[in-house]
Design a protein around this ligand. Structure first.
Ligand code: UDP
Length: 442
């Protein structure tokens, strides 16, 4: 394989097939395409991205056996292992054919969890780079687990070195189950032959974590986030976006609407749905609520809403299956975001200066919620069971009271700082230029 002495202009992206991982990978593809790279996306058949939304990319579909979306942290480990196991041979075959047909050798950029891509790249002597779609604070928590094992009675104590995180905020606080995490930890520690790591964050949000993270790895780290700020808005959604909610938002007054969305994986029970519905109704605030089909114990949540709640929806609500979230958060009518704290949702909210209500479920979401509410101070954390009285109170605090107004000001300040990082001369902007040079030189 002696095709050397040129500057690399071809990139193969290998995402893990979940919405929250596909989105940043496609955003990275869009950014690199705008810098002159040709982009191939090698993806599992399960949760295939919509090729028609990205005519500028080439798509290679890898047969991955049958998969289904994980429902909790434990399922995630199985999901991750199966996808890696099943995609390895088809990826190797696809890349071998690709290399045989062309002069240039591509650089493989893969999700940090899609470690089979690193093994294939190493076997074919291709350069590889990791994109972590989790933030570095979360990745560092895996280094805290040995201490967690010793500290099982001290869940409320702070994790040394990780600002404001208590042991109970770590992605797993179920001690019986830590051994299941060992493969994940090994993947994060061992980056194989990858020549660099890309992070979807920036110095203004996580400087101390980025520094600590860099200390763990002998390769350059490029913190170029939030990547959606550098990627023109093409839809990366797997589900169809219902844009009718934008027309509804156009009719609402400034900062009056609370937007509720819990991402692509989180589930809600029928009881929680009812409490949320009554909490929203009693708050008297206009609301836009994303109720994803199948997200209520496998059923359609709209069928489970209390019958008499329909009247409230007709008066001052809008419910959709899936929203154009970036457009929603950028809309002037939206004054708050009740989120499950997926990392993409948080970056999107921060980038628009929208303060949050954080209700995390599992995995990285607890860490993210803690940072939103106790480090950046741009959200209220909801830690107790969902109960209509408390829901009404927290919505009122954010949307109506002075406390919420002050939080909105802090959110707008943070938005400005984050934007500066992505503008010419900012850290994300500069590191993106360095990343482009790095890829061309590998
Ligand atoms: N999203 C969307 N419409 C919706 C809900 C979510 O476009 O109605 C997008 C959202 O903008 C984000 C992604 O789906 O980019 C969800 O990723 P996140 O990391 O927030 O959560 P996950 O789905 O991985 O739990």
């Amino acid at each position: 394989m002696e095709k050397q002495g040129h500057r690399c202009r071809q990139v193969v992206l290998v995402p893990i097939p979940l919405q929250g991982h596909i989105t940043p990978m496609l955003q990275l593809g869009t950014i690199l395409h705008s810098r002159g790279f040709s982009i191939t996306v090698a993806h599992a058949q399960f949760n295939s991205p919509h090729a028609s939304n990205h005519p500028e990319f080439t798509f290679l579909s890898l047969s991955d056996g049958s998969s289904s979306t994980p429902k909790a942290s434990d399922d995630f480990i199985d999901f991750m292992s199966n996808i890696n196991l099943n995609c390895r041979a088809p990826l190797q075959e696809a890349l071998t054919q690709m290399i045989a047909k062309q002069e240039d050798l591509p650089c493989v950029i893969h999700d940090g969890i899609m470690h089979c891509a690193e093994a294939v790249a190493r076997y074919l002597k291709l350069p590889s780079i990791i994109l972590y779609t989790l933030n570095p604070t979360n990745l560092l928590t895996y280094y805290a687990y040995p201490r967690l094992l010793e500290q099982d009675s001290k869940l409320l104590e702070l994790v040394p070195g990780l600002d404001s995180l208590r042991f109970k905020d770590l992605p797993v606080s179920n001690f019986g189950n830590l051994s299941a995490l060992l493969p994940f930890k090994a993947i994060i520690r061992d980056i194989g032959s990858s020549s660099a790591i890309i992070l979807n964050t920036n110095e203004c949000l996580e400087q101390s974590s980025i520094v600590q993270f860099q200390e763990q790895y002998p390769v350059p780290i490029f913190s170029i986030g939030p990547m959606h700020l550098a990627a023109p808005a093409s839809s990366c959604s797997l589900l169809k976006e219902d844009t009718s909610c934008i027309e509804w938002l156009d009719k609402q007054t400034q900062h009056s609407v609370i937007y509720l969305s819990f991402g692509s994986i989180a589930l809600t029970s029928e009881k929680e749905l009812a409490e949320m519905a009554w909490g929203l109704a009693n708050s008297k605030q206009p609301f836009l609520w994303v109720l994803r089909p199948g997200s209520a114990d496998g059923l359609d949540p709209t069928d489970l809403l209390p019958h008499s709640f329909k009247e409230t929806v007709e008066k001052r609500g809008c419910i959709v299956n899936w929203a154009p979230q970036r457009q929603v958060l950028a809309h002037s009518a939206v004054g708050g975001f009740w989120t499950h704290c997926g990392w993409n949702s948080i970056l999107e909210s921060i980038s628009e200066g929208v303060p949050m209500i954080c209700r995390s479920a599992f995995g990285d979401q607890r860490v993210n919620a803690r940072y939103v509410c106790h480090v950046w101070n741009v959200g209220f954390e909801f830690e107790n069971d969902l109960e209509r009285g408390e829901i009404e109170r927290v919505i009122t605090r954010l949307m109506v009271e002075k406390e919420g107004e002050e939080m909105r000001k802090r959110a707008l300040d943070l938005k400005v700082k984050v934007e500066l990082c992505s503008r010419k001369g900012g850290s994300s902007y500069n590191l993106l230029n360095e990343l482009v040079d790095h890829i061309m030189s590998v």
